[in-house]
Design a protein around this ligand. Structure first.
Ligand SMILES: Cc1cc2nc3c(=O)[nH]c(=O)nc-3n(C[C@H](O)[C@H](O)[C@H](O)COP(=O)(O)OP(=O)(O)OC[C@H]3O[C@@H](n4cnc5c(N)ncnc54)[C@H](O)[C@@H]3O)c2cc1C
Length: 412
């Protein structure tokens, strides 16, 4: 069955697909735009399973997409939340170091954060640390007082409203599983019929490599899913964490290390770790998909990554299986924590792009092909930066797409 014709179809109603839809409709109010989403609701994958931090831009190499997106992303996200009465809490973030190597890395982070103009960023000594986070024990810490938290599901819900009000269609329960790319038009084959569109934007997160392949694009990447598992602290133990407490991250790894975070959902999260998942949407240890697993192990980059990172991989599996090892990581931050403080679990799955040489792609990766834009790696701080990324993709669309007679309105 052939369904409607569109100027632009976006695959994926996560926070990035929706912000892109919103930004495009702001600039081109007359275009016919649809977002196709395989699930029954928006934001059910990474966008609904993250730590909820509005990152301030400390970690990222100046000049990288991560740095550029995050620094302005933080301000625009904060303003957007204020304007839309979405509660946020600027609870501050402490990154702690316990040994000389950690302190060296903390110094590098301070330099990066300063280059990225993170407001209020400063090193704190043991006395000030005790005022900020009385239960942390560390030798030195970097403090970012302006870092905040939000429930990104609230943000995504407003993006949905804005897209609908602007005339965009959000079509749920519709999974893209094939396409015929022609000159000037692409037929998208989905579980609810065919959609014809002049332009496609792939924001499919954990499936973005597959969607690109469906459209005949060789990205040289494979999405390897990494499950992030966390514990919740018992309500009575929440007093142990005032804001956000992070270890100094390992610079060889794109994840931030197990941390303790207040959330807007009313509990403190302890985690997430980063364990290889055997299913792209493998939120539970037992989740397994033969096609996803084969997709991972038949990719040459996976084995090259494995040769390089096998020790870290085994260490993460050990920590995932043994609660005492997980607790030990948390005690590096707050030694008072005991097993009795942990109560309940949760998880998210990160879409981590790996290249053929086995490198974990650290930065955002957004590729262009005729009539299409593919968001192939959108790691943290993707949620923080979603408004800025939406603007960036809208700029690419103006450059690459022929949007017919639709004239852009003023850009932001
Ligand atoms: C554990 C974890 C913690 C994080 N913490 C933070 C944080 O504190 N702060 C921060 O800024 N960022 C954080 N991030 C990163 C942030 O969540 C992501 O960058 C962001 O959610 C990516 O959004 P997305 O729209 O690209 O992907 P997703 O949210 O994964 O959306 C992709 C959508 O595409 C749909 N889809 C896939 N394939 C198809 C198909 N074939 N047809 C139709 N639809 C399809 C999926 O169902 C999904 O809804 C975290 C991520 C994780 C996993």
């Amino acid at each position: 069955m052939r369904c409607s014709k569109y100027d632009v179809v976006i695959i994926g109603a996560g926070i990035i697909g929706l912000s892109t839809a919103m930004k495009l409709l702001e600039r081109f109010p007359k275009i016919k735009l649809a977002v196709l989403e395989k699930n029954a609701k928006e934001g059910t994958q990474q966008s609904g399973h993250n730590s909820g931090v509005i990152h301030s831009g400390i970690y990222y190499r100046p000049g990288s997409f991560k740095a550029n997106f995050c620094v302005s992303g933080r301000d625009t996200m904060t303003q957007f939340c204020d304007e839309n009465e979405i509660p946020i809490w600027t609870c501050g973030k402490l990154i702690v170091a316990n040994d000389d190597a950690g302190i060296d890395r903390l110094n590098t982070l301070e330099e990066r954060g300063t280059a990225n103009k993170v407001e209020g960023l400063r090193m704190v000594d043991v006395d000030e640390m005790a005022e900020i986070e009385p239960h942390v024990v560390a030798r030195k810490a970097l403090y970012a007082p302006d870092t905040g938290i939000v429930n990104y599901s609230n943000v995504t819900a407003i993006y949905v409203d804005r897209v609908k009000v602007a005339g965009g269609d959000i079509i749920f329960n519709t999974e893209l599983n094939g396409s015929k790319v022609g000159t000037g038009a692409t037929i998208l084959e989905t579980t609810t019929g065919e959609y014809e569109t002049a332009n496609v934007i792939n924001c499919a997160g954990l499936h973005s490599d597959i969607v690109a392949e469906t459209m005949g694009v060789d990205t040289g990447l494979r999405i390897i899913p990494f499950r992030g598992e966390y514990y919740k602290l018992r309500k009575e133990s929440n007093f142990l964490v005032k804001g956000l407490i992070y270890p100094v991250p390992d610079p060889a790894f794109p994840f931030l290390g197990v941390h303790l975070t207040q959330t807007m959902k009313g509990w403190v999260e302890a985690g997430p770790n980063a364990v290889l998942a055997t299913k792209r949407e493998g939120y539970r240890k037992r989740d397994f998909s033969i096609s996803d697993f084969l997709g991972t192990i038949t990719f040459p980059g996976f084995w090259k990554m494995g040769v390089r990172e096998w020790k870290t991989g085994l260490w993460e599996i050990n920590r995932s299986l043994r609660r005492s090892v997980f607790l030990d990581s948390l005690q590096q931050l707050v030694p008072e924590l005991t097993d009795k403080d942990l109560d309940g679990t949760g998880s998210g799955v990160r879409a981590q792009a790996v290249d053929r040489a086995g490198n974990l792609v650290d930065d955002f990766r957004i590729d262009e092909s005729p009539g299409a834009i593919h968001v192939l790696n959108a790691p943290s701080p993707g949620a923080t930066s979603s408004l800025v990324i939406g603007d960036y993709i809208a700029d690419l669309a103006i450059k690459n797409f022929s949007l017919g007679s639709a004239q852009p309105t003023a850009t932001i």
